[in-house]
Ligand binder design. Structure first.
Ligand code: BGC
Length: 759
């Protein structure tokens, strides 16, 4: 066995050198032969491994790698964050940078921006591009995308996720996963599951009923696995059902691997495994971490002390653990290798290509949302020789650095101010800071190189901004959140919904002297906009990556007609929202309980499902976004007016994914320029019986229309779109009655209503 690899390679070399075409591969062990199926290779490799080698596969040997099987030529398995670009190399056993000089990547926009494109093509482009970067950097598992639902606007990681709606997140995650995996890189969908806050993320138990779980918190993960074919899933830090999610029997064994038939690898979040026995029996395959238990200090042989290392070996040796689970874990890890670094490929990837930067710019622009455009203040028109004043820290702050594990080192990042100066060469583009937010520039030793220190007092900053605004032809305020602590940042949640650093007061003062001011909010989560009435134009921008500034300028100048839509509601205040009590958020510690308990009392009424059903006014609704052109909705029809499909369906009944009806609506661009409309289809279930949201997104299409052009937009509805989950029977139920199919431009702007009778 010892010389298997070299003998096989030698045989190959001789045959190739002899020039006899494709080499005869019968001397190669099946597991090394890429022309074999993945399953044949797994079956061949597994029995060759010793017990110790199998165990070694199941846990980390460094921050981001596990050892492979060197004796058999099976390479190390390398992971990387994810999900917005390829993380710079860190030290073998520390989060600090390794100091490489060839690891500055293309930074793509944050996933909240991708979700805001409402464009599956953008998602595929994103996945392919980032997958190419991962492959070039020899990474086998990309730690992303994240699809946890935006349950509270305060969640520090909303910017890494895809909004508040499971259908939107599910539709958007699928092409991303496929695009990544085309490159022989596994997408690792995270953080599974019901992990919707950062506050006490490692000590909070999510108490959620099954209906809510299946209708709201699981569908995007399911789509990633069942439709996207994701090869990896990451367990989350929190608990569900009183058990940590990295070894949660119900989530991993019963649902993910059971109901969904997931055959890939379950990776722990870093330090998320917490129990020796559960780590073995409850569906975890590959343990990563920080120190021994992932959370605190450790002895020097830390990796050997992982739950799936020596404690596992000890149990295997004395018979407390059997080899069945071990073989399953090792098979899944081998399968991952045969799908990635050892796949037939060829996959070489590419890095920092002009195409990747162009993709980043396109996606960032496509996700930018025009929230308000009174009197047509946008696109910006500034006379040649005139003055454009830009106010706000986010106009100059580099945002690729920071935020937690999605922190990146990029080759370059164009700020909004730089991009506006580029876009208006004949205009005097000036900048005033207005407020001081976060002056930090280093994160995990990645340095933006920016000195944002400020000596002026808040009063002086305000006075300087106001006086500059008085003489400007146009004023654009660019503020919002950033990626520092208690903003859009892993490990902490925000403290409130409003804009920080005194921005609301500054905005109101500026709007008085510059009544035509345009405001750009850069954030990855919803912010309150009590000042919305005082400004003429509002744009929701995001953490846009390397080309962030240019993408924003594209929209502000009109080079790109905005077509982004909100992936979440912008509520007026937190108290309007579904999380009304401390037990719902951030959770309570009941007497006698070991872990904090967070009760999902609001059930399925999350985001617009809550505001809509309760009739609570919001600043901007889910799905909202304007264009520089106008769209007219014409006639609409259904392929059937009445269908016989009412009944009860088992949880993974294939019938649920079959089309039952198709809606067609004609849409015309009647405005002054080309543009794209996002046609949205919501379903309102029959009234009576179990309480259901007023409406739920069940379909959407983004359609690009030249000025004056029209199109028939088709949206197919599978049976699943009409169903609700029934906790008692553990089945999907389609109730009989009249369903209303609401087609519109936002969740609050329904243009056409159709009826479907279900028997
Ligand atoms: C995060 C994960 C990330 C991992 C590795 C954890 O703290 O929750 O999302 O992939 O670290 O950096």
């Amino acid at each position: 066995m010892k010389n298997t690899v070299s003998a096989a390679l030698a045989a190959l070399c001789v045959l190739s050198a002899a020039g006899c075409g494709s080499p005869v591969r019968k001397d190669i062990p099946a597991y090394l032969d890429p022309s074999r199926t993945v399953e044949e290779r797994v079956a061949d490799a597994l029995p060759r491994l010793t017990l110790e080698e199998k165990v070694a596969l199941t846990h980390a040997q460094s921050k981001f790698s596990s050892p492979g099987v060197p004796r058999l030529g099976i390479p190390e398995l390398w992971c990387t964050d994810g999900p917005h670009g390829i993380r710079p190399e860190v030290l073998w056993d520390d989060w600090d940078q390794a100091g490489w000089t060839n690891d500055s990547c293309t930074a793509f926009p944050a996933l909240s921006c991708l979700a805001a494109t409402w464009d599956r093509e953008m998602s595929l482009l994103f996945g392919r591009s980032i997958g190419e970067e991962a492959r070039y950097r020899k990474k086998d598992i990309l730690l992303g995308p994240g699809v946890n639902i935006c349950r509270t606007p305060l969640n520090g990681r909303n910017f890494e996720y895809m909004g508040e709606d499971p259908f939107l997140a599910g539709a958007m995650v699928v092409p991303y996963v496929r695009g990544v995996q085309e490159n022989g890189v596994a997408a690792c969908v995270k953080h599974f599951a019901v992990n919707n806050q950062e506050t006490r993320r490692t000590s909070t138990n999510s108490v959620v009923d099954d209906r809510t779980l299946y209708e709201i918190y699981l569908p995007a993960f399911r789509a990633a696995v069942r439709e996207g074919g994701a090869w990896a899933v990451m367990g989350s830090y929190n608990l569900y059902n009183g058990q940590f999610n990295c070894h949660n029997k119900r989530l991993l064994c019963d649902i993910l691997k059971g109901e969904w038939g997931f055959d890939g690898v379950v990776v722990s979040d870093w330090g998320g495994a917490r129990d020796d026995d559960e780590a073995i029996t409850n569906g975890l395959d590959l343990e990563f971490g920080t120190w021994t238990n992932g959370l605190s200090g450790a002895p020097s042989d830390k990796y050997n002390n992982y739950h799936l290392a020596n404690p596992y070996l000890a149990r295997l040796r004395d018979g407390r653990a059997g080899t069945k689970e071990l073989d399953d874990k090792a098979s899944r890890i081998l399968r991952t290798m045969f799908r990635t670094s050892m796949s037939s490929g060829p996959h070489y990837g590419s890095f920092n290509s002009p195409e990747h930067y162009a993709a980043a710019r396109r996606i960032a622009a496509a996700g930018t949302v025009l929230l308000k455009n009174e009197d047509g203040v946008l696109p910006l028109r500034v006379p040649a020789g005139g003055k454009l004043l830009v106010v706000g820290e986010n106009a100059v702050k580099k945002m690729v650095v920071g935020g937690g594990s999605s922190n990146l080192k990029t080759k370059y990042e164009i700020t909004p101010l730089e991009a506006l100066q580029e876009a208006f060469p004949d205009v005097d583009v000036q900048w005033e800071r207005g407020y001081v937010g976060d002056v930090g520039r280093v994160y995990n030793k990645v340095d933006t190189g920016q000195d944002l220190s400020e000596s002026r007092s808040p009063e002086a900053l305000l006075a300087d901004a106001l006086s500059a605004a008085r003489t400007a032809d146009a004023v654009v305020f660019i503020g919002g959140l950033n990626k520092s602590r208690n903003q859009d940042n892993e490990g902490t949640d925000r403290l409130d919904l409003g804009l920080p650093y005194g921005q609301p007061e500054l905005i109101l003062a500026l709007a008085e002297v510059a009544p035509k001011m345009v405001l750009v909010n850069i954030s990855g989560s919803p912010v309150a906009m009590p000042w919305a009435g005082a400004v003429k134009g509002i744009v929701q921008g995001w953490y846009g990556g390397s080309e962030s500034g240019r993408a924003l300028a594209d929209v502000l100048t009109g080079a790109v007609n905005p077509s982004g839509r909100l992936p979440f509601t912008l509520p007026k205040s937190l108290s309007d929202g579904p999380l009304q009590s401390e037990r719902q958020y951030p959770g309570i510690l009941p007497e006698g309980e070991k872990w904090w308990q967070e009760y999902y009392d609001e059930g399925v009424f999350v985001g617009y499902r809550w505001y809509d059903t309760k009739g609570i006014p919001v600043d901007f609704p889910f799905g909202h976004g304007l264009s520089y052109t106008d769209f007219e909705y014409g006639s609409a029809s259904l392929s059937k007016k009445s269908i016989a499909c009412a009944g009860t369906y088992s949880v993974e009944d294939p019938a649920l994914d079959r089309e039952v009806v198709c809606a067609v609506v004609s849409v015309k661009n009647i405005g002054g320029c080309d543009g794209a409309e996002v046609v949205q289809l919501y379903v309102a279930a029959p009234e009576g019986g179990v309480s259901r949201p007023a409406k739920e997104l069940r379909g959407f299409e983004k359609v690009f229309l030249r000025q004056g052009a029209g199109a028939d937009v088709r949206m197919s509805l599978p049976l699943r779109s009409l169903s609700r989950f029934d906790q008692d029977s553990h089945c999907w139920i389609v109730d009989p009655g009249t369903y209303r199919l609401l087609i519109g431009s936002t969740s609050a702007d329904i243009r056409v209503e159709l009826e479907l009778s279900v028997r």
